[in-house]
Design a protein around this ligand. Sequence first.
Ligand SMILES: Cc1ncc(COP(=O)(O)O)c(C=O)c1O
Length: 377
Amino acid sequence: MNVYLDYAATTPPDKESVEEMLPFLGETFGNPDSLHSYGRKAAYAVTCARDLVAQTLGVRASEVYFTSGGTEADNWAIRGIAANSPYRGIVVSAIEHHAALAAAELARKAGANVSVVKADGAGIVTAQAAEEALGMPAGLVAVMAVNNETGCIQPLREISALCRERGAVLFSDCVQAAGSLDLKEICSLCGAISLSGHKIYAPKGVGALIVKKGVPLAPLVAGGEQERGMRGGTLNVAGIVAFAGALARAQRYREENCRKIGALRDAFEERVLSALPDVRRDGENRVPGISHLTFPAKGGESMLARLDLMGVAASNGAACSAQSAKPSHVLLAMGRTEDEARKGVRFSFGKNTTEDEALYAAETVITCYRTIKGEEG
Ligand SMILES: Cc1ncc(COP(=O)(O)O)c(C=O)c1O
C-alpha cells in the first residue's frame, strides 16, 4: 500500500482546480494586459478570481496581490512593509517558515532592528513573549497562524491586540491555516497575511499576499504595471483562477474536512502512541491535519527512509529543508536539544486520506520504529 502523509508539504491539485485551469492553458491563453478580446477574457478571469479571494477573506479586491506562492509573499510582506514603516524594527517568531526568517535576516542586513521571539515548550508563541520583544519600537510583527512542522495554532487574537496597542502591523503567514482556520477572522486581526495555492489543492507556483489599506508596502518587482505597479510580471492566469477557487473551497468545506481529517489523525496517533510509549507527540493546540512525533531512539531521517521503503511518505518538517539533516529550528525554538530536534517526523493528513491508509501508516510506523530500536539494541 502507498500512503501519502505529506499534505503539509504539498497537496495534489483537486479535480476542480485542474478543470478551472484548463481553459487558460488552452483557448483562453491571452495576456491579461493585452487590450484585444483575447487579453480582455484573461483579464476578466483575473478580476473574478481577485473578487472571489477578497470575498472569501472579507477584504477589498484592491488588498489582494497575487504572487508565486508563500515564499514570495512572506518575503514581500516582511521586507516590503518594514522598508516603508516609520519604525525600523521587526519582531519575528523563531518558529516562522525559513522564508520569513530569511527575509527578516535580509531586512536586518539592510539596517532594521530584528528581534526574534521564541515559542514555549508546547510550540506556542505567547503574547507575553511577543510583548517582551516589543520593548523596541517595531513597525512589523510576524507570527504565523499555524506552524508548518507542529501544526500549532498561534494566539493571533492576543498578539493582534498587542500590536494595535503598540502601533505595529501584524503580518501572519497563513499558508498552513487556509484549510483549517477561519481566514475572515484572521484577516480582521492582521494588517497582512500570506497564502499559497499548493497547500490547498491548487497548483504550485501561485499564492497571494493580502495587505490592508493603509499598511505601507514597498513594491516588489519593477518593470510592469501588474498588481497596481507593485509586482511587475505577466500574471499566472491559470494558477490564479485555480487558487481563488481552491481558497473558496478550503474555507467553505473547512469544518467538514477538519472533522474527517482530525478523526484520522487522532486514530493514527492513538495507535502509534499506545504501542510505542517512548514516542512523544509534539505541540499543543494543533490543527487537525498535522501530527509531529519525536522518535527518541534514532534520527528522523532513518525513520523516514524506512517508512518510504514501506510505502509511507512523511516528512521531517519543512519541505524546503527535507534534504538536510539539520535539527529543526522549530523544535529548537521550543527548547528541545539539538539531538531531540533531529528526531522528529511530521505526518500530515489531507482530504484524500482514508481510514485504511491512516491505520496502515500507524502499523508501519510501529514496525519501522521497533526494527530501528532492535537494530540499535
Ligand atoms: C508556513 C509556510 N510558509 C511558507 C511556505 C512557502 O510556500 P511556497 O511553497 O508556496 O513558497 C510554506 C511551504 O512549505 C509553509 O509551510
